[in-house]
Write a protein that binds this ligand. Structure first.
Ligand SMILES: NC(=O)c1ccc[n+]([C@@H]2O[C@H](COP(=O)([O-])OP(=O)(O)OC[C@H]3O[C@@H](n4cnc5c(N)ncnc54)[C@H](OP(=O)(O)O)[C@@H]3O)[C@@H](O)[C@H]2O)c1
Length: 328
């Protein structure tokens, strides 16, 4: 996969959502829903008749503004729009939202979409490099926390719930040099070994892919369809800290957030059980990177799962029931 190929694919036509797609009665939770892809997707869910759309955001004021903007564009839609606090830089915040989700009567679709692209090294209060925590560790924990509610919903309603990760084609653009480390996550968390912001972002998106695939192996598709997809370059705030060239690229080559939202919902609501464990790009099921599909990749996938489990257990050891969530 080359950068040129990625640019070319920006101009490939992508499917529009079927006019008949209805989310009537459904509850959808979206992380990073105050802006970019998350906000456009929340708007689309409201427009498609969802009963409840939960905007999981870290800033109440931004959540309020997003809610108002959705209500303005769909004044007569039936949806309740809730704003839930979620800061992926805090494992406690993730655990709190997991507990809250467990009280929901139903959760049909969880879109784990929030992400960051940091251009300099920074760490969370929990002690992890920001991209590593937001894009992988906390997102993985959130998936595990939401899984029982998604499973309960599917049992009660007799159809599979959905858990979809926003990954990226950039997962193919890293050599993933940390793969040979005894402990990959420890290696990724050493400031002295951090070289390249671009590579770090690509690695975190590769971790999404490995982790979602392993979660899919451990989750029956009849209960929860687990998938991950590439929205392509979309003109959002993801590169807010980047140089002008990258931001101009997004502006002129990036898809609109509405097109991006179509791809999110194509992955999470249009595609069926065949998408379980699969990577999607341009609205099609496609192979992920050669590394992911290789024998080495299968080993790395399991190793990452084990390392993630170890980190999360250590980080949130005192929390009730955490041991259970890895029993997926
Ligand atoms: N845009 C692209 O070209 C592109 C391409 C491939 C994949 N993606 C992926 O698409 C997803 C959505 O990104 P976007 O393009 O829509 O970018 P965006 O406009 O920057 O949105 C990112 C969202 O994530 C939220 N977020 C960041 N850190 C958070 C934290 N600690 N806790 C909770 N939420 C946090 C942001 O909240 P704040 O507003 O509060 O910061 C924002 O709502 C990301 O996973 C990204 O990696 C994007």
């Amino acid at each position: 996969m080359t950068l040129l190929g990625s640019i070319f694919r920006q101009f490939v036509s992508i499917p529009t959502l079927p006019a008949t797609l209805s989310l009537k009665g459904q509850t959808v939770l979206i992380t990073g829903a105050n802006t970019g892809l998350g906000l456009a997707t929340a708007r689309e869910c409201v427009g498609r008749g969802a009963a409840k759309v939960i905007l999981a955001v870290r800033d109440q004021a931004k959540g309020d503004a997003a809610k108002l903007s959705i209500q303005k564009s769909h004044p007569s839609a039936p949806a309740t729009i809730d704003i839930w606090h979620l800061d992926l830089l805090s494992f406690d915040s993730v655990l709190a939202i997991g507990k809250r989700a467990a009280q929901l009567p139903r959760l049909d679709i969880a879109l784990l979409n929030a992400g960051v692209f940091k251009f300099v090294w920074s760490t969370s209060p929990d002690g992890f490099e920001t991209g590593l925590q937001v894009n992988h560790l906390a997102t993985a924990l959130l998936a595990l926390e939401l899984l029982p509610t998604l499973k309960r919903t599917s049992k009660e309603l007799g159809s599979a719930s959905r858990l979809t990760f926003t990954s990226a084609e950039t997962h193919m653009f890293t050599k993933f040099e940390e793969q040979s480390a005894d402990n990959m996550l420890e290696q990724l968390n050493k400031e002295e070994l951090y070289k390249d912001a671009m590579d770090r972002y690509c690695v975190t998106k590769l971790l999404n892919v490995f982790w979602a695939r392993e979660l899919a192996v451990r989750t029956p598709r009849e209960e929860v369809i687990v998938s991950y997809f590439n929205p392509g370059a979309v003109d959002t705030g993801i590169h807010r800290d980047a140089n002008l060239l990258i931001r101009k690229f997004d502006r002129y080559v990036g898809r609109s957030v509405e097109q991006g939202a179509s791809l999110v919902l194509d992955a999470a609501a249009v595609k069926g059980p065949e998408s379980h464990g699969q990577y999607m790009s341009e609205g099609k099921i496609k192979p992920p990177s050669d590394l992911v599909l290789s024998e080495k990749g299968s080993k790395l996938q399991k190793k990452l799962w084990n390392e993630t489990e170890e980190v999360l257990k250590k980080q949130v050891a005192s929390t009730d029931g955490l041991g259970d969530i890895f029993n997926v």
